[in-house]
Design a protein around this ligand. Sequence first.
Ligand code: ARG
Length: 504
Amino acid sequence: METSQKTLWGGRFSTSLTTETIAFTHSIEADTRLIGYDIWGSQAHAIMLARQGIISDADLREILRWLRKAEDDFQNGDFTLDPNKEDVHMNVESYLIENAGREFGGKLHTARSRNDQVLVDAHLYIRDEILNVQHGLSELCKAFLEIAKEHADTVMPGYTHTQHAQPISLGFWATAYVSMFLRDQKRLQSAYALANMNPLGACALAGTTFSIDRELTTKLLGFDVPHEHALDVISSRDFIAEILFALSLVMANLSRISEEIVYWTTYEFGMMVLDDAYSFGSSIMPQKKNPDIAELTRGRTGRVYGALLDLLTNLKGLPMGYNRDFQEDKPPLWEAFDVVKACLGLLPELLKTADFRTERMAELANANFATATELANYLVKEHQISFRECHEIVGWLVGELVQQEKTFADWELTQDLLKQREIDVSVEQLQQILDAELAIQNNQSLGGTSPKEVRRMIDGFEVQLNEITSRIYTCQTEIDNAHQETQRIVDKVLEKSTVPTEGE
Ligand code: ARG
């Protein structure tokens, strides 16, 4: 049994951890992403401690000096996290103690616990990542809007049960995805609000006897408000569940567009051809052109769902307070962010560069009785027959045509069959009623497929997208300003020995 050096909490222990124990318990891989956030959180905490007179100005100066150095060293590759020190928090604190000595470095952890610290790091990281995902989603929406603007009049078959239903426009189809992804944006926005609360100051679980200022750290870390109830802070991970649910739905939606890309690019559908830069060949079949990006997006969806289920399962048995199980919240969340960002990084360009085969779409939209509903609607309007009756007549007409292996486009036959049901329509009229393009022009009900409605909706979606863009910008600016303000104070403290007061 090999044992390691003593840990920071080793006071009550007589032997050190075995190497196997360390390997089993450390969280270094996941924590490496958190170093910058951990240091920012520690800077804010130390500044607050000094302002409250809990540590001296000299203590603060030494602490901030070495926190800065830790960050520089990390950026230059001179400070890497050591698994023997369990996690990012103990690595940074050890760095401080090794360099500034216990006299100074040993004071940073006053009125703080790793239990609130790990949450600070996670909240800060998640905030950034949500904004990244939101930006990616906006780019995807823009790609769909580009398609929509170009193709508000392009007919294609609309499907229900993956069977021809009614003609729609390609622009209508594209804006459906915008409408859908804008809801994802809203979910991410509400997940952001939960992430944007300050856990720092909850300490281990009960708050502290030190007179800390949670409002100050809230401000320095750019959070909206302190997350107040200390025991709830420490015990809750629903902000992570919320984001994982939002990410799961993003993936569900990305998987659905991927599915459509996969079959639209088949020979059978022939409605879409991908740019070569986004297609793959086969090692044996020279003719192949495969939609691997869409397939991998579809295929990676389960990893994000898995992350959500992983967390939900983790939470269900946990009593109030910190439980080490919580450490397992991070790797799946990191992976979920990575998967979503990677998919969003590719799909907008893949869509923008794709060739939509509009002749094929028109051919399909006019085939297979896709405009039958228009004929029924016409009969309702012009012949004062109930819709159910018209539905039956047109259904019978389609049945007859199918039996004779004909289509609506066998106009004389269509006309004759209708005559048998005492309905007199000219061939010219039939050609108009059953024309897919005219059908979509006339579907002008609110939210319908008519080009007019599609254009109106495009305008509305653009307004919403602009609002999201400016919200992302505002959030990002608030984060940057808070970080800069913290760094400004650090700079001041490092320049002189007194702590600057607010606004100085
Ligand atoms: N690595 C831990 C986590 O991710 C940090 C908090 C550890 N706290 C504790 N009391 N052991 O949750």
